[in-house]
Design a binder for this molecule. Structure first.
Ligand SMILES: *[C@@H]1O[C@H](CO)[C@@H](O)[C@H](O)[C@H]1NC(C)=O
Ligand SMILES: *[C@@H]1O[C@H](CO)[C@@H](O)[C@H](O)[C@H]1NC(C)=O
Ligand SMILES: CC(=O)N[C@H]1CO[C@H](CO)[C@@H](O)[C@@H]1O
Length: 346
């Protein structure tokens, strides 16, 4: 299905699905009127590594996703989505700034992995993994919202002909006002459309775009009126299930914390008519976390199509056996999440 078409029509098509999902261990069930995910996959995290070393060295400070990993997730698991972080300073070097020329080598590497993914029929969202910070300062210290739009228009122009590309505007702004972030996101949406790129766009809010704080961080007010002439923009949120929501502790708060932390954001999506995408979710591979992730995904599919899908955090050649890694082969050997909490919803 073409994602460049109206999200409204997608939800109508998807709303016709009605199924029950039963997990492989039969410990969890998800019932009711379920809307399958349109986009389901994983973050391929590695090109943003080594962010204290700019530009850094390819192969030492950072790398790009392995084609074998993409093959595994598409051909064996059945994922159709990848989120590919990059570093803004590597793509748009500080010497000429975000509105200047792109670094040809880094851009070429990004284009290669994007083509590889979309060539397999999957979708790819690439994103500056910059937290609204560029070259040591908050973006607005040197650049206007229009400059940010120029950056995105310049990048989007290079991908206009690939309808499986998604533009994910900025990873996890934090310690900036929601209204400021929304202004920059709106400017970029407008600039991308003015550049004749029609594909799906993801915007992210402040407070690390957390789902659990969406209605208390100022994001719900700031993003309520976000608009896109093509109605093809979704709100990307992130959610981790450990006590501080950082995704750094293998212990989940409880077996039901996933659905609980998404509930207010889901209600906001339903009220405003915005579509949501859970761009990062991660947790340990233990009983509580498996149940909590399963419950989160179940609640998303029960929400009437407001959630387009999700991407797990993380995969990538350097994640090895990190507790949320599902990178083959090492990550998949330690992860219960993939078979028990994700694959039941594929
Ligand atoms: C976008 O949505 C608005 C409000 O529902 C509607 O008036 C407009 O026609 C839609 N535009 C497109 C291009 O679908
Ligand atoms: C992880 O969280 C648990 C429960 O809150 C706590 O007991 C443990 O010390 C934490 N581990 C680390 C490494 O912080
Ligand atoms: C658990 C984990 O790897 N979390 C990472 C998720 O991504 C954010 C940035 O988007 C990192 O800061 C976290 O460390």
């Amino acid at each position: 299905m073409k994602l460049s078409s109206s999200l409204v029509s997608l939800s109508i098509i998807l709303a016709s699905a009605n199924a029950a999902v039963t997990s492989k261990r039969q410990t969890n069930t998800c019932e009711g009127d379920l809307t399958p995910f349109e986009l389901f996959g994983v973050n391929e995290s590695c090109a943003e590594f080594g962010n204290t070393n700019i530009p850094g060295e390819f192969g030492t400070d950072y790398t790009w996703p392995a084609e074998s990993s993409i093959d595994y997730f598409v051909d064996t698991v059945g994922f159709n989505f990848f989120r590919v972080p990059f570093l803004l300073e590597r793509l748009a070097p500080p010497a000429t700034g975000i509105t200047g020329d792109f670094d040809a080598t880094y851009l070429g590497q990004l284009q290669d992995i994007v083509s590889y993914i979309t060539g397999k029929g999957a979708y790819v969202a690439f994103e500056p993994h910059n937290f609204f910070i560029y070259d040591g300062s908050t973006l607005d210290a040197k650049y206007t919202a229009e400059d940010f739009g120029t950056f995105w228009a310049n990048l989007a122009k290079l991908f206009v002909s690939d309808d499986h590309v998604i533009f994910d505007l900025m990873n996890e702004p934090h310690d900036v006002e929601a209204t400021l972030v929304a202004e920059y996101m709106q400017a970029a949406v407008n600039a991308i459309r003015a550049a004749d790129a029609t594909q799906l766009i993801f915007v992210e809010g402040t407070s690390w775009t957390g789902a659990w704080t969406w209605t208390t961080s100022g994001n719900s007010e700031a993003f309520a009126s976000l608009s896109d002439p093509l109605n093809n923009t979704a709100i990307q949120m992130h959610q981790y299930l450990d006590s501080d929501g950082s995704g750094t502790n293998e212990t989940c708060v409880s077996s039901t914390i996933g659905a609980e932390r998404l509930a207010d954001a889901t209600a906001w999506l339903q009220e405003t008519g915005h579509k949501g995408f859970l761009g990062e979710i991660g947790a340990g591979s233990n009983d509580d976390c498996v149940a909590a992730v399963y419950g989160a995904l179940c609640s998303m599919q029960q929400a009437g199509g407001v959630w387009l899908g999700l991407s797990w955090w993380a995969a990538g050649p350097w994640w090895d056996t990190y507790f949320t890694s599902i990178e083959p082969p090492s990550g998949t050997s330690v992860s219960r999440i993939l078979p028990e909490a994700l694959e039941p919803f594929l």
